[in-house]
Write a protein that binds this ligand. Structure first.
Ligand code: SAM
Length: 261
């Protein structure tokens, strides 16, 4: 089992970020919209948003699939509290739970949508096994997640400074494919890089903090990151500054569609 993530810390970090998340999550919204656009409008009786965060996609899922029940599940109570208050959605049930141990009956869901959440799972085969268990026969699992090249600029810049793990490690395309094997059938799996541009590095680090995704991993440095090390990190990141003067931050995004059949 991959023990790099600690669930209570993930839940706590995202709960704390609930209020700031929507203000800095433009990329997350864009990726979720791309994922949503993969499927045509249709009616699905029971739909789940797995790792729903602030609930941004709940009204869009309700509008697109007209479910009789929309289960919005997340590990972080703080995210759910924010979502309940800000995203009133017909037929929505806001549920605290873990994607790897779903509090749901077998064969009960028609469609699972999950954008940028499953990269936080410790054990992807158990996630896919849970998804297969709760999906009805013929049900679909539509997800986006992040690959190992995500934020490689941060990883490489820190590696010039210390030996700690400053960026979460995400699994490769082939590991992702292998994790689903035996549980679900692949309809499509593709990858697409997204590059965000910043004038200053602090804009990127503030954004990561606002999202709640700043380095929750077992290999992270403990205590404060010293001033001298921060300066060295910033200097190392300058190697990536482009000719147009902008600093890039790369996200390697995987988009998957799987079917239970
Ligand atoms: C980057 S946010 C994405 C939120 C939303 N899907 C979006 O696209 O805006 C990741 C979310 O996944 C949730 N999460 C992380 N691990 C989880 C798990 N094991 N089970 C359920 N939710 C989880 C986090 O609490 C957080 O709200």
């Amino acid at each position: 089992m991959n023990t790099q993530f600690l669930k209570p810390q993930i839940a706590e970090s995202f709960s704390r970020a609930a209020v700031s998340y929507d203000g800095v999550a433009q990329l997350q919204r864009d990726i979720g919209h791309q994922l949503l656009n993969q499927l045509p409008h249709s009616s699905s009786e029971v739909v789940m948003d797995l790792g729903c965060g602030t609930g941004y996609f709940a009204p869009l899922l309700a509008e697109k699939f007209k479910p009789q029940q929309l289960i919005c599940l997340d590990l972080a109570q703080g995210m759910l509290a924010y979502a309940r208050e800000h995203r009133a959605t017909p037929n929505a049930l806001w549920l605290c739970g873990d994607a790897e141990n779903l509090p749901l009956a077998d064969s009960s869901i028609d469609l699972i949508f999950s954008s940028l959440a499953i990269q936080w799972c410790e054990d992807l085969p158990s996630l896919f096994s849970e998804v297969a268990r709760v999906l009805k026969p013929g049900g679909r699992f539509l997800f986006s997640t992040l690959g190992p090249d995500t934020l490689y600029e941060i990883r490489e810049s820190w590696s010039a400074v210390d030996c700690f793990q400053h960026v979460n490690r995400f699994i490769s395309f082939s590991q992702l494919q292998a994790s689903a094997e035996g549980y679900l059938q692949q309809v499509s799996l593709r990858q697409a890089p997204e590059v965000l541009l910043y004038d200053q590095l602090r804009e990127l680090t503030a954004e990561l903090k606002g999202i709640g995704a700043h380095n929750i991993s077992a290999g992270r440095p403990s205590g404060l990151t010293g001033k001298a090390r921060m300066i060295a990190f910033k200097q190392a990141y300058e190697q990536f500054r482009r000719s147009d003067g902008q600093l890039p931050a790369t996200y390697q995004v995987f988009y998957g569609e799987y079917i239970n059949g």
